[in-house]
Design a protein around this ligand. Structure first.
Ligand SMILES: C[S@@+](CC[C@H](N)C(=O)[O-])C[C@H]1O[C@@H](n2cnc3c(N)ncnc32)[C@H](O)[C@@H]1O
Ligand code: SF4
Length: 446
């Protein structure tokens, strides 16, 4: 039996080669693989970890490719052959089969070649997700507000900058929310994300919050505000009035020069002022996002940011590693430095892990991205009891998600399998096709 499989590894920055066609020929107790013009054999001893009858070609081929690249470059990846953005899903899947932490560790290490240190992270994340998992049968709601005051140089989230189109967008969004009021009435978890929701003019912002809060009774109501300069006193008062109980004030870094370089229009002192104001207004569940590997930052800059965020002690802190996106401004001239900074981002993450291990924060969700700095990952940390259910259930694909707005992704279960329906990212298309989109999304949930 011969199969041609396309094999992809996530560590393309590591090896400078990402995917390759591999021809795999199976015969009794031997697998023959043609890769990059050479023939390789996997013998019985290489297959010891597998149930021979059910060999997963992809895993074998990935291991082979990994070994070839590894030998060629002298490098290894702490994430082994893992591809995809959700390593904690794999952990959960293997746990379902073996029901034993030591067995999961053995498989992740021996089959997927993941390092012990990353398995430790996955194990902690798994333990800290238990409470949210008990809510897996709920429906969660996501609302997308794709507007920002300016475009950050690393970001490719769909965002329209400036206030053009906000009025027609909000009319359309309110129309589809009105159409699905019954969904809001069933949801207990809601997340308004972006973009930067707090960039909306106050009247639109209040109108939206008023509608959403009237339509349901939520125990987790997040507004991913984010950019400090958009979180005014009035916005905070509105969020409090309508029951929002989790917000983000995102520094990204505590270094003013970097903020200028990445196109953020706020300063470090804006971060402190906004955070203080939010506390005064009664928000006791605040998240802060940071990014490791930003342009020209060294270990000292990151140490400063981490030490500062730990001193402020928000309930949760999300650490991202810069992922270089093809269409971002940053990718126009940053590629070389980014590749070189691999080792540096690793050291930054080591600093983070050591610091957080000595703190009261635990790791509660994790995801990876393509072209992620230092071959690392993004980790959500929080003080016990402040795990964000939305982040966990969304990342683990455990819940139905009813999503509104341009670029939003709805997820429904059909025959036990998750199916997605994505609204167009382009605002004009979203607005013009709204009736058809509403109908198609409904089908996902019937
Ligand atoms: C959807 S964005 C919205 C956040 C909000 N608009 C803000 O900027 O504060 C969520 C987070 O993703 C992270 N992020 C976005 N693009 C990234 C990239 N290319 N690499 C690493 N992290 C990124 C940032 O930390 C950002 O705060
Ligand atoms: S990081 Fe946030 S503010 Fe910056 S462009 Fe992306 S969504 Fe907008």
């Amino acid at each position: 039996m011969e199969k041609i499989v396309k094999v992809e590894l996530d560590c393309e920055y590591y090896f400078n080669e990402a995917s390759v066609d591999i021809s795999v020929v199976f015969s009794a107790k031997k697998v023959e693989i043609m890769c990059l013009g050479k023939k390789y054999f996997l013998q019985e001893k290489d297959l010891a970890e597998y149930d021979y009858e059910k060999i997963e070609i992809n895993i074998l081929a990935k291991r082979l490719l990994y070994n070839i690249f590894s030998k060629k470059t002298g490098k290894t990846s702490t994430w082994g052959i893992l591809s995809g953005v959700r390593p904690s899903k794999l952990y959960r899947k293997i746990m379902k089969i073996y029901d034993s932490k030591s067995e999961v560790r053995r498989v992740l290490s021996n089959v997927y070649l993941i390092s012990e240190e990353k398995i430790d992270v996955l194990e902690e994340v798994y333990d800290n997700q238990k409470l949210s998992i008990s809510r897996r049968d709920e429906i969660i709601v996501y609302i997308s507000l794709p507007f920002c005051p300016s475009k950050c140089s690393y970001c490719t989230f769909i965002t329209a900058c400036g206030s053009g189109k906000i009025d027609t967008y909000m009319d359309t969004l309110m129309y589809e929310l009105e159409e699905s009021k019954d969904v809001l009435s069933k949801a207990k978890i809601i997340y308004i994300g972006g973009g930067t929701p707090t960039y909306l003019p106050d009247n639109y912002f209040e109108n939206l919050l008023n509608f959403v809060s009237d339509a349901g009774d939520y125990d987790e109501f997040t507004v991913e505000a984010g950019r400090p300069e958009t979180i005014s006193k009035n916005k905070l008062e509105l969020m409090k009035k309508y029951g929002v109980n989790r917000i983000s004030v995102n520094p990204q870094t505590f270094n003013d020069e970097t903020l200028v370089k990445i196109g953020r229009k706020h300063s470090v002192s804006d971060i402190y002022n906004t955070y203080d104001l939010a506390l005064i207004k009664g928000f006791d569940n605040i998240n802060m996002d940071l990014i490791l590997g930003l342009p020209d930052e060294n270990l000292k800059s990151v140490e400063k940011s981490i030490d500062e965020v730990l001193r402020l002690k928000p309930r949760s802190i999300t650490i991202h590693c810069l992922s270089l996106k093809k269409n971002s401004k940053l990718s126009e001239n940053y590629l070389d430095e980014h590749v070189k900074s691999n080792e540096l981002v690793k050291k930054m993450m080591d600093y983070v892990i050591n610091k957080f291990d000595d703190s009261e924060y635990g790791k509660y969700y994790i995801y990876r991205q393509k072209n992620i700095g230092g071959d690392q990952e993004n980790i959500g940390f929080c003080i016990k009891g402040f795990e964000n259910h939305y982040n966990i259930l969304m990342m683990e694909d455990l819940c139905s998600v009813y999503s509104f707005g341009a670029g939003s992704v709805s997820k429904g279960f059909k025959g036990g399998k998750i199916e997605r329906f994505v609204f167009p990212k382009d605002l004009k298309t979203y607005i013009e096709r709204i009736d058809e989109l509403i109908d198609k999304r409904k089908k996902l949930f019937t």
